[in-house]
Design a protein around this ligand. Structure first.
Ligand SMILES: [Zn+2]
Length: 336
């Protein structure tokens, strides 16, 4: 790639230029192109190339608005580097309002880095990956909880990798869940290919949640400041932060009875050991099963659909150490 120029199959974006591209990644049964929206903003000054992607799961809408606002509403005068904005990766899923690609229900987010002579999902993934992910220096992939659940804004990242840890911390979320991520996911495969990538989880599928979108936009500002793309902005400190392993300190509390769940807390709530988290009842039951917090922590995710079988997840509780707990309590005191 020539110095400062962003090139892709069929075009180039010069320094100081912005291009809105509809890039073909597949074809419909009618033979029409399936095209993903891409906005390339090439700053007038050189710097890192950062991709922002959303809706790799087609029904996860909050991130679409985060990427759209960055691409279309921000003032990019003085940008030092390039932004590759990919607001809807899974166009067929988005059109059908569903998580997976409608073709055999494939998960596009298990199909990276893709392969050109493979399934339709892997071909799409390969096109996205080689054109718009591999040329970047780092990236953020926006998700929401799966349908029927919701989660507080948090980052998932492999913090054992120092470059990914730097990116994850720069986003300035309270909670970072550390893991290398599932094989075939954009986050893991991009990171393995030398493009440190984090996932941001925020809220519910099928919803548009302004408060979460605004907080995620603050996170993007902070990341771009950390890497010098927007030198006049500052890197944020979230006030308190906890980094937990994928298996150890986080716990999904599961239902031990089938029925209807009344949840007594929302995502982001602090609960102390022994606090009542939810109750499960059913149409013939006068008394309900009570589920209590096994330890003190923050509720990162909760169910939204209240119907459960035994074994279904109720909420995702992340343990807080004593120092972090004090910081959270201080913050909540100040907020009142
Ligand atoms: Zn997702």
């Amino acid at each position: 790639m020539a110095e400062g120029v962003f090139t892709y199959s069929g075009g180039r974006v010069e320094p100081g230029e912005t291009d809105d591209i509809r890039f073909p990644v597949s074809e419909t049964y009618l033979g029409d192109p399936i095209r993903i929206p891409v906005t390339i903003i090439n700053g007038s000054k050189p710097g890192p190339t950062v991709y922002l992607s959303a809706a790799v799961h087609g029904d996860e809408l909050n991130g679409i608005e985060v990427v759209r606002e960055v691409a279309q509403e921000w003032d990019h005068d003085g940008l030092e580097g390039t932004l590759v904005c990919l607001p809807v990766l899974n166009v067929p899923g988005f059109m059908a309002q569903q998580r997976y690609l409608p073709i055999y229900d494939r998960d596009l987010n298990r199909s990276f880095p893709g392969a050109e002579d493979s399934t339709s999902a892997r071909r799409m993934a390969a096109s996205i990956f080689s054109e718009f992910v591999e040329p970047c220096d780092l990236g953020i992939d926006f998700h929401t909880s799966t349908r029927g659940r919701t989660n507080m804004l948090h980052v998932r990242a492999d913090t054992d990798d120092p470059q990914v840890a730097r990116l994850a911390k720069a986003f300035a979320s309270h909670v970072i869940i550390s893991s290398d991520g599932p094989s075939g996911s954009l986050r893991r495969e991009a990171t393995d290919a030398g493009v440190p990538t984090i996932t941001v989880e925020m809220g519910e599928a099928h919803r548009f949640q302004r408060d979460l979108i605004d907080r995620a936009l603050d996170g993007v500002v902070s990341v771009l400041a950390e890497y010098g793309l927007r030198p006049t902005d500052a890197v944020r400190w979230p006030g308190w932060r906890t980094i937990v392993g994928d298996q150890d300190e986080k716990t999904w509390l599961r239902a031990n009875a089938g029925g209807v769940v009344e949840m007594h807390h929302t995502q982001g709530a602090l609960v102390h050991e022994g606090d009542r988290i939810c109750t499960i009842t059913n149409p013939f039951k006068a008394e309900s099963d009570t589920v209590c917090a096994p330890f003190t922590g923050v509720i990162v995710g909760v169910l939204e659909n209240p119907l459960v079988y035994p074994g279904n997840p109720l909420c995702h509780l992340v343990r807080l150490d004593a120092d972090t707990l004090r910081a959270v309590e201080r913050e909540q005191l100040n907020a009142e």
